[in-house]
Design a protein around this ligand. Structure first.
Ligand code: CP
Ligand code: NVA
Length: 330
């Protein structure tokens, strides 16, 4: 039987397919309990801290609500309000927080930071997004796919369109390899996942009966895909000055109605959010105006259309993060 008690949750490469499936089953179970208002305060009286060096809506709120549902007390440290990285090292911060809290969530920059926190904290550490990986997002995404297509996703194809080497693209490649889902990264060569990670995932995929494909061709990427997935073209921590270059590189991979029509007939559209699909946001200036584009990585038609599952994914962040905390702290 799977037992994740005391484990960190830093990246899915550290978990077996069986462990990932266990977390997904637990998530579905906790979601069902929440739906009928069945209390599940299994971690009553424990204390957790959420350490954010980047902004967040879904991840922060998921950890807070899930923590409260489990009966825990939650402390939030916003970007800039702790001593970490300024007056205090990561190692010292980890040892201090580990003396006070039962679990630590970290969102920020290098994967090596969350690894160092885990090495020094002495309590479970959960990765709420780094530059390289976004593992809690993956559980929510696969739960959403299970709800759509059933629990057996083997033989399905997921295609990530656009900035495929970002944290979400990297993590999707890993989770697909682990669960025997065919993964296709569709974008310009410059934005592909790192070759070493691709090789590592190809070996894992081979064990689980699936494939990893990289292509610059949108028709090939969309063909037969059960899921078309995309993410923002410039991620947190990258300079806004990259927008011009990224728009030029990634515009051909914008998810349009035409792209969805080329995918499998039952294909769904997924996005981790936040999304630049409509003129609703600024980065200090109006990028839509500046670059003469009305829509970015996905068109409003697809985002708001009948195949879009983006808000199911967002809700599932909470149920899956709850499962991760329960499994590692119980
Ligand atoms: N998908 C996601 O992680 O969203 P937030 O940045 O709002 O947490
Ligand atoms: N790739 C995006 C994901 C946000 C949830 C970023 O890192 O900003």
């Amino acid at each position: 039987a799977v037992n994740l008690s005391g484990r960190n949750f830093l990246k899915l490469l550290d978990f077996t397919p069986e462990e990932i499936r266990y977390l997904l089953d637990l998530s579905a179970d906790l979601k069902a309990k929440k739906r009928v208002h069945e209390p599940h305060r299994y971690l009553e009286g424990k204390n957790i801290v959420l350490l954010f060096e980047k902004t967040s809506t879904r991840t922060r709120c998921s950890f807070e609500v899930a923590g409260h549902d489990l009966g825990m007390n939650v402390t939030y440290l916003d970007p800039g309000s702790s001593q970490m990285g300024k007056k205090e090292s990561i190692e010292d911060t980890a040892r201090v927080l580990g003396r006070m809290f039962d679990g630590i969530e970290y969102r920020g920059y290098a994967q090596s930071i969350v690894q160092t926190l885990a090495d020094y904290a002495g309590v479970p550490v959960w990765n709420g997004l780094t530059t390289e990986f976004h593992p809690t997002q993956m559980l929510a995404d696969v739960l959403t796919m299970r709800e759509e297509f059933g629990n057996d996703l083997s033989g399905r194809k997921l295609t990530f369109m656009g900035d495929a080497g970002n944290n979400v693209g990297n993590s999707l490649m890993v989770v697909c390899a682990k669960l025997g889902i065919d993964f296709c990264a569709c974008g310009p060569e410059k934005q592909m996942p790192a070759p070493e990670l691709v090789e590592q995932c190809r070996a894992i995929a081979a064990e689980n009966g699936s494939t990893i494909t990289l292509t610059e061709d949108v028709d090939e990427g969309a063909r037969n895909a059960s899921v078309i997935y995309t993410d923002i073209w410039v991620s947190m921590g990258e300079p806004d000055s990259l927008w011009a270059e990224r728009i030029k590189l990634l515009k051909p991979y914008q998810v349009t109605g035409d792209v969805m029509a080329k995918a499998a007939p039952d294909a769904i559209f997924m996005h981790c959010l936040p999304s630049f699909h409509d003129r609703h946001t600024t980065i200090g200036e109006d990028i839509y105006e500046k670059f003469g584009l009305a829509e970015m990585e996905v068109t409003n038609e697809v985002f708001e259309g009948p195949r879009s599952r983006v808000f199911d994914e967002a809700e599932n962040r909470m149920h899956t993060i709850k499962a991760v905390m329960y499994a590692t702290l119980k």
